[in-house]
Design a protein around this ligand. Structure first.
Ligand SMILES: N[C@@H](CCC(=O)N[C@@H](CS)C(=O)NCC(=O)O)C(=O)O
Length: 230
């Protein structure tokens, strides 16, 4: 096993004879969602590091797994899934233990909506390649304004959507898909983009609850085998 590949143990093995492989980058929030979900489901997987900073996602080997050149990618036997939402929905169907979606339709729709706001309405607007492009075309100042504007807009929508749920987590007392998307997004908004969270009391409150969850702690970027921590 190479130094950037490591077995992450949960209490469940995948049902296929081959183990689950997760192609991930420590600082990628999309990969982080899947790490968090795999830990919540107690699934053992092998961590396969893809160094985005070195452009490893453009290698021919990785292109065969995901022609879009994005992490994460999950490999489960002969099933290859690129895209965190598709991966989580696949995991939910194949490994139903510790469900990522609640049983009621309304709760499922709410979780998918919150996940989609993060996955389509926030994260793609601050992804590494886009910010690099904005910086090159419009200058470094524009990159900061752009990021703050789009994260702020998405967080305001999420705050409105979730404000009436007074549970410990986003949609109640259980950790579900909304939380899996929100936890990494809130974390990087604070640590990487310096977003002022005082305007988002609900998101701030649920983020405190994530921090003490072992499944979340084990998914933290700095706990991954490819982490570079100064
Ligand atoms: N919709 C995809 C988005 C994946 C994505 O944007 N991945 C980022 C890391 S979070 C990436 O690989 N970026 C490489 C780049 O920007 O070139 C998902 O949810 O998995």
């Amino acid at each position: 096993m190479d130094p950037n590949s490591q077995e992450v143990s949960g209490s469940f093995q995948s049902s296929s004879s081959q183990k689950l492989l997760l192609y991930s980058y420590w600082q990628s929030s999309c990969s982080w969602r899947v790490r968090f979900a795999l830990n919540l489901k107690g699934l053992t997987y092998e961590y396969k590091a893809v160094d985005l900073s070195k452009g490893e996602h453009f290698s021919p080997e990785f292109e065969r797994l995901n022609p879009l050149h994005y992490v994460p990618v999950l490999v489960d036997g002969d099933v290859v899934v690129g895209d965190s939402l598709a991966i989580l929905l696949y995991l939910e169907e194949k490994y139903p233990q510790n469900a990522l979606l609640p049983p009621d339709l309304k709760g499922r729709a709410l979780n998918l909506q919150a996940a989609s706001i993060v996955g389509s309405g926030i994260q793609p607007l601050h992804m590494m390649s886009l910010l690099k492009y904005i910086e090159e075309k419009a200058g470094p100042g524009e990159r900061i304004l752009w990021t703050k504007n789009h994260i702020g807009k998405g967080f305001a929508a999420l705050e409105e959507l979730l404000k009436d749920f007074n549970g410990r987590y986003a949609t109640g007392e259980e950790v579900y898909m909304a939380d899996v998307f929100l936890a990494p997004q809130i974390s990087i908004a604070i640590t990487r983009f310096n977003i002022d969270m005082s305007k988002f009391p609900t998101l701030s409150r649920i983020y405190e609850a994530y921090k003490v969850l072992p499944a979340f702690q084990a998914s933290l970027p700095e706990r991954q085998p490819d982490a570079i921590v100064q």
